[in-house]
Design a protein around this ligand. Structure first.
Ligand code: CA
Ligand code: CA
Length: 415
């Protein structure tokens, strides 16, 4: 994927002119009436997969994922990274990673596209790491003027950070037009878009100004955009403060990107742990989370690679199967307060057996799971089950199997 200098310079010139004419726009899936259901197509252990690697594991599941009704799949950060999971990006334009090769990535994205499923790329641009050290950025080559002047490397020659710092990587100076802004837009449009990605997920957006997410999203023109905006605090007795922080961030992007509804996620945690389902409904009768205030821009959320606890069954986030019960709430239109619409929802592709216990024991930490969606007409969508045991050999029994539809849990059922 390496570009020649001539091509890169040409691209930079093109993007400068394009950026000047790009208009702010809300992604189509967030403009209202969305029917998107997003599957997080990886988990924290996915980078460990080999034979097949993760991209080919996904490839083997394209048919099932499309049949289950998912409209979008969220991919892990695809660039070369010093952390195998992809969250310490190094050579942005190199798309060979622990998840697989650039060719395999393009292949699986194409396979999804052929089934009508769109792909979302995980965009990590708060920070970057050097190729051989802390700050020698290559491919594309950026100087230390691209690093904020308060970074822990004491090497940054740029402006002060426009958001929070991240100590494991060099915080990028998003005010820097020539290297950072143009470099990110070029990467989005000339490295990632040709892979086939149509959606954006922005990582750690508290790390830099929301306006830059809006700028980058507008340059890419995604059909779906979501930011990882965890408010600094979560107080069950002051949920409005939590969701207001999410609203403020969306506003900061110029309504060019939605956000995960982490308020609802926090309420669900309490509801499921303590039976406080009443919290899910606000006094105005609408959902208490971000979806109650701005449903079209709020992406309901269950769990992901860095929220699931790991109290048992070895390492990694492995309780999402339990939490998928909550997913039933999230994928139901009734949960949105808008029965005519299924809001974007997010579930996670269940792991296979890569994180089985080191002792090879028989402890089962993932139970039968069913996921599905209720169509606007009220009929249940396809329901599939995945059964995994730590003592089960990899093979056909780890393949999804058709299970009988089960009773679904609606907000209406619980108060
Ligand atoms: Ca830093
Ligand atoms: Ca930062």
């Amino acid at each position: 994927m390496k570009k020649s200098t001539i091509v890169a310079l040409l691209a930079a010139g093109m993007m400068t002119s394009m950026a000047a004419t790009t208009q702010a726009a809300t992604p189509t899936q967030q403009a209202g009436g969305s029917t998107a259901i997003v599957l997080q197509g990886f988990h924290w252990n996915s980078a460990n997969y080999a034979g097949p690697d993760w991209y080919n594991t996904l490839l083997n599941n394209v048919g099932d994922i499309s049949t289950m009704g998912f409209t979008h799949v969220w991919f892990p950060p695809p660039s070369d990274s010093s952390a195998k999971e992809g969250y310490l990006p190094r050579q942005l334009n190199k798309l060979d990673s622990k998840y697989g090769s650039a060719a395999e990535l393009t292949n699986v994205v194409s396979a999804f596209k052929n089934k009508g499923v769109k792909s979302i790329v995980d965009v990590v641009v708060n920070h970057r790491v050097g190729t051989t050290g802390w700050s020698d950025f290559t491919n594309p080559n950026w100087t230390t003027y691209s690093i904020v002047n308060g970074d822990e490397c004491n090497c940054g020659l740029g402006n002060p950070d426009t958001g929070q710092g991240f100590s494991a990587g060099r915080d990028l100076d998003h005010k820097n037009v020539g290297e950072v802004q143009n470099g990110i837009v070029n990467w989005l449009n000339f490295t990632l878009k040709p892979v086939g990605f149509s959606g954006l997920r922005f990582d750690y957006v508290k790390g830099f100004g929301a306006n830059y997410v809006g700028q980058y999203a507008n340059a890419f023109a995604p059909d779906f955009c979501v930011g990882e905006m965890w408010p600094d605090s979560f107080d069950l007795n002051n949920l409005n403060a939590n969701r207001q922080a999410i609203m403020d961030w969306i506003n900061g992007t110029g309504s060019s990107c939605g956000a995960f509804d982490f308020t609802t996620k926090g309420i669900l945690n309490d509801a499921l742990a303590n039976g406080n389902y009443w919290r899910l409904k606000a006094t105005d009768g609408k959902p208490q989370g971000a979806i109650g205030w701005w449903p079209a821009m709020s992406v309901t959320f269950v769990d992901n690679h860095d929220t699931g606890p790991a109290e048992s069954c070895g390492t990694g986030q492995n309780l999402w199967a339990v939490r998928l019960g909550a997913g039933r709430l999230c994928v139901h239109p009734v949960a949105s307060g808008h029965p005519d619409r299924v809001l974007p929802a997010h579930l996670q592709l269940e792991p296979q057996d890569a994180d089985r216990g080191a002792d090879g024991g028989a402890q089962e930490c993932r139970r039968d799971v069913d996921v599905g969606r209720r169509h606007p007409a009220g009929h249940a969508g396809p329901v599939r089950g995945h059964r995994h045991r730590h003592d089960a050999p990899a093979g056909d029994e780890n393949r999804p199997e058709q299970l009988e539809p089960r009773r679904r849990l609606d907000l209406a059922d619980v108060g």
